[in-house]
Design a protein around this ligand. Structure first.
Ligand code: PAF
Length: 282
């Protein structure tokens, strides 16, 4: 496995492979890898000859400096996991490599459509500009044919698809299934911050989503939402940001069950840790 730190070294390695028509996959991550990330690598390996995984804790997508500071960075462990998984290339650039003028912010915006400002976008203003700008830079550096993202960040995948459309980039974006712990908790690099009590309380998120999935055909949308929200609000240590049943393309709340691609999405603070989760309803 090659470990690369600069865009020029990455291009030197990948250009001959691209010229020889090797299909290149990119799995962008911020490290602190878990089985969810490994599942992305595994899916990518089935679809491409070369799998590049990037590890970059992107400062511009954090809206809370404390969150950035405490973001886990177990680099040696991450590299071993990727090597064991048979990943071909790890791209680990510095902040200066990706943002030459850092800490002076770059002055450009991407039109991501109105969904940018809903849900996560409402609670974390500017977050999706940070995410899509770094993913654009990673795509420019790697020039992948295909890129893989976890469905857990449902809105992120939508925003990245919108960014790709906006720039007309020749990259296929693939959303991969959420990987859960045995008891249902969606895997996340942030789960490491949960205390034993938080960990138990956090299960209410997947339970509320499962309730909606199980009763979607029989119950009214308003009843489903009331019950799911009540389950979460009644759980100690959990503060709900939102629970919605939305159109998977606009992220606007659906008004009837005939809507295409319905998805239930939730975000809540569990103790000090903010978690998100979702389940598809079709
Ligand atoms: O999902 C993540 O880990 C990040 O948001 C991403 C896509 C790697 C961009 O920094």
């Amino acid at each position: 496995m090659e470990i690369i730190h600069t865009i020029s070294a990455l291009k030197m390695l990948l250009t001959p492979l691209q010229k020889a028509d090797s299909k290149i996959a990119l799995v962008p991550t911020m490290g602190a890898l878990h089985k969810g990330h490994l599942s992305l690598i595994e899916i990518a390996q089935k679809q491409a000859q070369i799998v590049v995984c990037s590890i970059f804790v992107n400062p511009t997508q954090f809206t809370d400096p404390k969150d950035l500071e405490k973001y886990p960075r177990p680099l040696a462990h991450d590299i071993k996991m990727l090597d064991d998984a048979g990943c071909n290339v790890v791209f680990m650039p510095s902040v200066k490599e990706m943002y030459p003028s850092f800490p002076t912010p770059e002055n450009w915006l991407i039109d991501l459509g109105p969904a940018e400002f809903l849900l996560e976008g409402e609670f974390r203003r500017g977050h999706y500009q940070g995410v899509t700008q770094i993913v654009k830079k990673l795509f420019d550096a790697v020039q992948p044919d295909v890129a893989f993202f976890g469905q857990k960040d449902f809105q992120q995948v939508l925003m990245i698809k919108n960014m790709v459309k906006f720039f007309n980039m020749p990259v296929e974006i693939i959303s991969c299934p959420i990987i859960r712990e045995e008891d249902g908790l969606a895997m996340s690099s942030r789960n490491i911050h949960l205390s034993a009590a938080d960990r138990k309380n956090a299960l209410v998120l997947s339970s509320a989503l499962n309730y909606v999935v199980a009763h979607y055909q029989q119950e009214e949308l308003s009843t489903l939402l009331t019950k799911a929200k009540a389950m979460i609000n009644e759980t100690p240590g959990v503060v709900l940001d939102y629970f919605t049943i939305a159109d998977g393309e606009t992220l606007l709340p659906i008004e009837n069950k005939g809507a295409a691609h319905p998805v239930a999405l939730v975000a809540a603070k569990v103790g000090e840790t903010r978690l998100i989760d979702n389940m598809l309803l079709d």
